[in-house]
Design a protein around this ligand. Structure first.
Ligand code: PXP
Length: 249
């Protein structure tokens, strides 16, 4: 796997479902957003089926699997229920994320190092079913080495702390977080892991991360869906794509 290959953009459509669910009806439809994202150049669609179904629903996953022409990255907690659903649908990729009911969003990375045995057993059937298994973790060498040992093919680094520090004007913290992600992208790549990054990315924060040669995919949702209110989803995605390509040089 060479560094600096094409950088893919995965568009997370969870928050189209958040708006739909605010009224309990059928609109706006996340599937329609996914099709428009495909047309606008998304390389994949990401959807997180949370245990409490607060945004994406089981039927959304079914319809995405039936309709998408780009790969689906299915985000899920490491529970038996979610494993059963993933094994039924066999999406292109499964991203294992930590989940707490009381959190507003996925606040931290998965604690792989402390749960190595359980997670190794948990992901084995998913790998056997042909899913690429990704683990959402902090830029922490212990977690990356553990993700490698349990047999994950992909890691996704949590960029939330970097993005929060940027938008709150804590630039020393931001730069330290960015440096940690840079170093850990290179480390993970040297182990043969494919590196993705996601969470909280915006037009202002995307370029330094997109410039890491080892990063193969960015997963971006909340900001793009918000920006789509003002620009439309196609133009919002096209601008993100342009910034990523510019950073990649
Ligand atoms: N990647 C992972 C693993 C996530 O859990 C999320 C949020 O659901 C994202 C990327 C996208 O984050 P955001 O919506 O903040 O862009």
């Amino acid at each position: 796997m060479s560094a600096s290959a094409k950088l893919r953009l995965g568009v997370n459509i969870d928050h189209v479902a958040t708006v739909r669910n605010a009224r309990g009806g059928d609109t706006p439809d996340p599937l329609r957003a996914a099709k428009l994202a495909e047309e606008a150049g998304a390389d994949g669609i990401t959807a997180h089926l949370r245990e409490d179904r607060r945004h994406i629903s089981d039927s959304d996953i079914e319809r995405l699997m039936e309709t998408l022409t780009v790969p689906l990255n299915f985000e899920m907690a490491a529970t038996q229920e979610m494993q059963d659903i993933a094994l039924r649908h066999k999406p292109h990729a499964v991203c294992i994320v930590p989940e707490k009911r009381e959190e507003r969003t996925t606040e931290g990375g998965l604690e792989v190092a402390r749960e190595e045995n359980r997670l190794a057993h948990f992901i084995a059937p998913l790998r056997d079913a042909g899913c690429r298994v990704s683990i959402f973790i902090a830029a922490d060498i212990r977690q990356i080495d553990a993700a490698h040992r349990i047999g994950a093919q992909v890691i996704e680094l949590h960029s939330g702390a970097y993005c929060d520090a940027h938008h709150e004007g804590r630039f020393e913290d931001r730069d330290r977080e960015l440096e940690a992600m840079r170093a850990m992208s290179a480390h993970a790549h040297s182990l043969g892991l494919e590196v993705h990054v996601g969470h909280g990315l915006t037009y202002e924060t995307v370029q330094p991360v997109a410039a890491f040669p080892e990063v193969r995919e960015l997963n971006i949702g909340h900001f793009l869906i918000g920006e789509a209110i003002f620009r439309g989803i196609g133009p919002a995605i096209a601008e993100m794509r342009r910034l990523m390509d510019e950073a990649r040089g």
